[in-house]
Design a protein around this ligand. Sequence first.
Ligand code: PMP
Length: 384
Amino acid sequence: QSEISRVHPATDGIDLKDGNGLLEKESSPAPSIAEGIEGCIGNTPLFRIKSLSDATGCEILAKAEFLNGAGGSPKDRVALSIIKMAEERGLLTPHSGDTIYEGTVGSTGISLATLCRARGYLAHICMPSDQSTEKSDLLLKLGAEVERVLPAPIVDQNQFVNLARLRASEHAFDPSHPGTGFFADQFETTANWLAHYNGTGPEIYRQTGGRLDAFIAGAGTGGTISGVARFLKPRLPGLRILLADPEGSGLYNRVKFGVMFDMREREGTRRRHQVDTIVEGIGINRVTANFEAGRELIDDAVRVTDEQAAAMARWLVERDGIFVGSSSAVNCVAAAKAALELGPGHRVVTILCDSGTRHLSKFWAKVGNIGGVSGGMELEDVIH
Ligand code: PMP
């Protein structure tokens, strides 16, 4: 036995010439070639999360949106939809050096900055300073202009969305920015939920053969949950649409009681921007057009704590090797709770929004390193 095969036992007994049939055959199917990075957006896999399915007796399926090939999140679909709609309306001209302004906690900015490179635009991104530095660093590497501002309520003119809108309105007077200025406006634009109505929703329908009992997602703008709900609910009237909502968000109350805040706790309730949470990208305290577009189709809301999200992130790595960010972990907690409530034999679909690599410095710093082969955690310990 050679030195090498002792060091690499995986090669033991394998004929390296034809790989004992393990290596790819030359006559593989005809290649399918995508058109640029934009061609790598959408058609993401739907896969069974084995550990959660086994633990709940339901089938828990995850739409792997972190595999969107431009910016690595469902916001690729949204950014492309917003840009195409603006181009069709003559508001943007490809390869003109026009500037796209956006207020974002990061994912939409990353998708926009990527597509701006591909289509010859400049991206100007305003984001809250409490979001992970991985996201702002990445934006700078992509060549976007980045303004980080203190977290603030929507009534504050320096709130990140208000600032982006202001910068877009100042564009015409800014000699350093030639071309047109365009405010992407992800929270309010129809192009957002339409991206999910035209893409994510139909894909889930096809991939499940129309057999699913619940769809669960958190909401940042609300585009995902509204677009998917508006596509699926008329086709599957028995389908339950559930909102996964983190601490400090008013959307839970909006779904449950029709108002953002329970008036009895108005003074005592800390708003999303006041909560020192490790969950990024979902949960807001205001009404947005994209959330309202599907709100009446949402059947119920599930509260998820930071501790539950962190425990779920750990669980998913330990048991399945799935390494996700905070909003995906929130979605999985809510999916597991919903599955237990529905009872065995049901099928639940949720979204894995982005990779844990975007959240190493904040969310994963709290979760910590994973040791050993598999933890002794029970599902009840995670979702208690
Ligand atoms: N997860 C992450 C990481 C996000 O950045 C966002 C959007 N801010 C969402 C989930 C929520 O998606 P939506 O805006 O469609 O509600």
